[in-house]
Every structure is written in structure tokens, then in C-alpha cells.
Design a protein around this ligand. Structure first.
Ligand SMILES: Cc1ncc(COP(=O)(O)O)c(C=O)c1O
Length: 384
């Protein structure tokens, strides 16, 4: 079978219009066509992040991790950083910061849970932290952190608040300005619906003032080296620090145009509906979701616990049935779950297909599920 639906956690099945936008053989990074694409994309990034003109947008090569590591451009030797982590991608902040001369403390949640705002408040009130990092949606479990609630409690006690929105931007409500976030970041391959290869972020004025030659950042991911390029490109002038991912930028631009046409609110609603339909189907089959409480459910990722079937077999059989899901990566739940990614251009027909494939695959693998009940539940939701 050659045709399949990609419901991994990014990249996901791409819209052909997005892909075709990158089919260009003769465009350089100083061409007007490229500079215009970059300018439009940087401007639209502010809207996507709920930022205003006071925020500086960046689109840099790499992905979520390069965007994450680039925030070291705001830190100096010995600065204290508090990392709120709900799983593997929250822990990535610890891995990154451990490579730099910083003091780092973590507050952790168990798999399936999120760190409660009051716990963050208690720690941050010590008043010693330069930076707090939050992960909006923890992709390893599908758990959403109530970032606005956390920030409301801690804003006055920490200099910089950084939110990893890799699995949220484009699918969840994101309000960088209203929530007073200093850095909101994402990656091209997630809910934005473009191929992998770029990290996208916006920085507040306060964050911009922290960029300095004394930061602990290295060379390539030092935002001080990129800011001039971003400002020049946005104003329509070609500029160079390092070669940008030219073709990817055309695809990001097309994805942004399509998001603009759909309307950000409609897009978030579509993701909400898709996510609730997925959960309805999974629960009606008789399976449990990794996120432990409804307010922790995300619009983009659903972790599914298995009682008997081996997740690796579920994934490989599902691929042979035409759908690719994602493996579970949280070490505490190893061998017990897998993940469904539902972001980007995902629609209701994908949901029906996903639940139908899972039902027959799980039945064959001996998982005690109610065959047909998942699809019925989704249909009932859609027909109502
Ligand atoms: C929440 C989150 N943060 C960061 C990353 C890292 O992004 P990348 O793989 O593009 O480096 C991911 C990747 O899945 C993620 O889900």
C-alpha cells in the first residue's frame, strides 16, 4: 500500500498545496520572491503567537530544539533557571541547560499529570530565577499545562518566561502578549502543518534587551547573530548570517496563508473537535487515555494506554493498514502506550479512519476492546 495517513506527532500528513509551494528550482535567498516570503511569514508569526508589533519574530533553521537552545542567548553565566517539566520534552530543557554554565532546578510531574500552578508559584516566589520554562503541550504524554494560570501567579517573580509551544501553536489558544510571555516558540512540522526544518519564535522587548555579547550562547543559535537578518528580511531587504532553509520558508508561507484563510479561531476549534472525537472513540473502545484529567487533555496529542497488546506491534500493524501513529516515549510508561498525533491539516475523516484501523488492529492483537463501539461513538458525535 502506498497511500497512508500520517498521524505521528509531527510531521503529519501534509497538504499538497504546502508541499507544492516548495517546488522551485531557481530561487536564491537574496531573491525578492524569497525575501517577500520571509517577510510575510515573520509578520504572520506574530499573529499566530498572539504577539503584537513589540515582539520580534525569528525563523531559524533546525526545529523545536534549535528554538529551545537559542534562548541561551538571553542568559548569562550563573543565571538561575527553573524548568517545569511534565515529561520528555520538559526534560529536554534540562539537557540543554546542563551544557551551559547555569544553575538549573526542575519541578516535575508524574507521567500523565502536569505541575500545578501553585507548585510553580511557591518555587518562583523565592525570587531568584532569571528564567522559567514551561511546555504548553508535553508531546510525550499529550498533557497540556495551564500556562496562563501559571503565568498569572508567577509573572512578578521571574524576569523571563519562556513557553515551548511546539505542540500547541496553531492548535491551542496562544496569547504571548496578553499572557506576558517573553519567548513563545514552535517548530515547522507540528500544528503549523509544514515540513520539519525550522524553529519559529517571538521575543518580547524585555527578552530582546537581554540579548548581549555576554550571554552563554554559542554561535549558530545565538539570536544576536540572527536578529539583524530577521529585521532586514521583514522590511523587504535581503540579508545573510547563515543560509536559510529557502524551500521550507516557501512552504511555511503557504501554510500560513492557509491558516489565515481558515482563521486561527476556526483552526483551533477544528483541532478541539478532532481531539475530542479521538478521545471519544478511544474511550468507547474501552481504552484509557494517558492524560489523567480532562483539563490536561490537549488538542494535538493523545496517548493511549494498552492492557495487553504490544505497542510496537500496534504501530507496525497500523502502518500496514494505512495509518502511522507514534510510539510512546515516556520512560515511565515504556511498553504500555502509544500516541496519536492530530494536528495540522487533520480532519474528521482521518479520525474515523484512525479509530477504525485501531479497532481492527487491536482486536487482532488480543486487546480487550469493543469492536465497532469506537467508530459508532465518533459517528454519533459527528452526527449530533
Ligand atoms: C513539546 C516539544 N518540544 C520540543 C520538541 C523538539 O522539536 P524538534 O524535534 O523539532 O527539535 C518537540 C518534538 O517533538 C516537542 O514535541
Amino acid at each position: 500500500m502506498t497511500r497512508k495517513i500520517l498521524m505521528h506527532v509531527g510531521p503529519e500528513t501534509l497538504d499538497y498545496d504546502v508541499l507544492l509551494a516548495g517546488v522551485k528550482g531557481d530561487v536564491g535567498f537574496t531573491s525578492k520572491e524569497f525575501v517577500d516570503a520571509m517577510s510575510y511569514s515573520l509578520k504572520f508569526l506574530r499573529k499566530l503567537m498572539g504577539a503584537d508589533e513589540s515582539y520580534q519574530p525569528f525563523i531559524i533553521p533546525g526545529g523545536g530544539t534549535s528554538a529551545m537552545e537559542s534562548v541561551t542567548s538571553l542568559l548569562k553565566r550563573g543565571d538561575k533557571v527553573l524548568v517545569v517539566t511534565n515529561g520528555v520534552f520538559g526534560n529536554r530543557w534540562l539537557d540543554i541547560f546542563s551544557r551551559y554554565p547555569l544553575e538549573v532546578k526542575a519541578i516535575r510531574a508524574k507521567a500523565g499529570y502536569y505541575v500545578k500552578p501553585e507548585e510553580v508559584e511557591e518555587e518562583v516566589k523565592k525570587g531568584i530565577y532569571t528564567m522559567l520554562t514551561l511546555t504548553h503541550v508535553e508531546t510525550s504524554t499529550g498533557v497540556r499545562e495551564p500556562v496562563k494560570e501559571v503565568i498569572d501567579r508567577v509573572r512578578d517573580y521571574v524576569d523571563l518566561i519562556v513557553v515551548d509551544g511546539v505542540s500547541s501553536v496553531g492548535a491551542e489558544e496562544v496569547k504571548a502578549k496578553d499572557w506576558k510571555v517573553d519567548v513563545y516558540l514552535t517548530a515547522s512540522q507540528k500544528a503549523i502543518g509544514a515540513p520539519p526544518g525550522a524553529g519559529l519564535l517571538v521575543l518580547s522587548q524585555k527578552a530582546l534587551k537581554m540579548l548581549s555579547d555576554d550571554s552563554v550562547a554559542g554561535y549558530y543559535l545565538n539570536l544576536k547573530n540572527w536578529i539583524g537578518v530577521m529585521q532586514a528580511m521583514e522590511s523587504g531587504k535581503a540579508s545573510y548570517f547563515s543560509t536559510p532553509p529557502v524551500h521550507l520558508i516557501f512552504m511555511i508561507k503557504r501554510a500560513f496563508e492557509m491558516i489565515e484563510a481558515e482563521g486561527l479561531e476556526n483552526r483551533i476549534k477544528r483541532h478541539e473537535l478532532v481531539a475530542s472525537a479521538i478521545r471519544r472513540g478511544i474511550e468507547a473502545m474501552g481504552l484509557e487515555i494517558v492524560a489523567k484529567t480532562p483539563e490536561a487533555y490537549s488538542n494535538t496529542v493523545t496517548g493511549v494506554m494498552l492492557k495487553r497488546a504490544n505497542p510496537a506491534e500496534v504501530l507496525s500493524l497500523s502502518i500496514s493498514e494505512g495509518i502511522e501513529f507514534a510510539p510512546g516515549v515516556h520512560p515511565d510508561l515504556a511498553g504500555k502506550y502509544f500516541r496519536i498525533g492530530h494536528m495540522g491539516w487533520v480532519n474528521m475523516n482521518d479520525v474515523i479512519s484512525a479509530i477504525a484501523v485501531l479497532e481492527r488492529v487491536l482486536k487482532r492483537l488480543g486487546e480487550p476492546i469493543k469492536l465497532g463501539e469506537g467508530v459508532r461513538a465518533v459517528q454519533e458525535l459527528l452526527a449530533s
